[in-house]
Design a protein around this ligand. Structure first.
Ligand SMILES: [Zn+2]
Length: 211
């Protein structure tokens, strides 16, 4: 056989080995963002009439938007709902079981009888979770505090279903993004630029966690 043909065959053979031995091309990290409530479940209603279900969806949409325009779709972000629909808590975590995300972030707004209660809260599951999940909560908490200048109420532990059901699947955080029962915070959340700032800060918080 001509040396050129041998070389060609050798080249094809190596190319073949490369193909069969190759890892699939780098998959993007999957993130699930869960806008709390929806449909007939409005969640908390603010003193100014703002509904938690609308705010959580707008913040989630801002996260998706900034992932596209600022991060060039760095993450594959899935929402548990894309419209004003009621999705059961069980179905929200079922999505996580199917997609196997790097993190599940549930978005909520707070309400309290005390009209002066204010600030952000980050929740992790109150049972056994990996240390990594708690660290993620702390990173998110300090990131949001720094970026938004909100008062932080700290990382808390609770037995919320979306946290509990995800404990075997992926790290999960539940964010309470201000009190709708607090006049200042409810008015703050009326402004589109504040919603966008929250979405951006959460996205960059996730990015910080992933790095
Ligand atoms: Zn809620």
């Amino acid at each position: 056989m001509e040396p050129r043909k041998i070389l060609l065959l050798f080249g094809l053979f190596t190319a073949f080995l490369n193909v069969i031995g190759q890892e699939p091309p780098d998959r993007k990290q999957i993130i699930i963002v869960d806008p709390g409530h929806g449909g007939i479940d409005s969640g908390a209603v603010g003193i100014n009439g703002l509904k938690e279900k609308d705010l959580t969806l707008k913040i989630a949409q801002a996260i998706v938007h900034y992932n596209k325009v600022l991060l060039n779709q760095q993450y594959d972000i899935y929402l548990t709902r894309y419209g004003d629909t009621l999705i059961s808590l069980g179905h929200r975590t079922k999505l996580a079981k199917i997609l196997n995300p790097k993190i599940f972030v549930s978005l909520h707004c707070n309400h309290a009888d005390n009209p002066r209660a204010s600030g952000l809260e980050v929740y992790v599951f109150n049972g056994a979770i990996r240390k990594q999940n708690e660290t993620m909560g702390k990173i998110m908490d300090s990131y949001l505090q720094k970026q938004l200048g909100y008062r932080s109420r700290g990382v808390k532990r609770a037995n919320f279903q979306v946290l509990r059901d995800n404990r075997e699947v992926c790290p999960a955080l539940l964010l309470e993004l201000g009190f709708l029962s607090n006049k200042d915070e409810a008015m703050h959340l009326e402004r589109e630029e504040k919603i966008n700032a929250l979405g951006l800060a959460i996205l960059m918080g996730i990015k910080t966690i992933m790095e």
